[in-house]
Write a new protein. Structure first.
Length: 97
């Protein structure tokens, strides 16, 4: 079965691996086979979550053909708060003119 594993270690940097795995493979099997987390520190690994097509899944979740496994970083800033901060900065910039 074919699956894809995607990991984004930083903004605008995306690592992808297309894999051929045996039927019955799990999310953990796919991540291990991809090698994308080789060399990643243990404390960083603990902060990562795994999802299939955007839905968080446990490592023992059995994959289906054409699934996309996503290794997700923890959020640094709440998206709503980031939007508020961008709006405030843009508002200050427009007043300065």
């Amino acid at each position: 079965m074919r699956v894809e594993v995607v990991y984004c270690p930083a903004p605008r940097i995306v690592h992808r691996r297309a894999l051929d795995l045996p039927p019955g493979s799990t999310v953990d099997d796919a991540v291990a086979a991809s090698g994308l987390l080789d060399g990643v520190a243990d404390d960083v690994r603990l902060a990562l979550s795994l999802s299939v097509w955007g839905r968080v899944q446990p490592t023992e979740h059995v994959l289906r053909d054409r699934d996309r496994v996503e290794v997700c970083r923890a959020l640094v800033v709440d998206p709503k708060e980031a939007r508020r901060l961008r709006y405030k900065r843009a508002e200050k910039g427009s007043r300065a003119r």
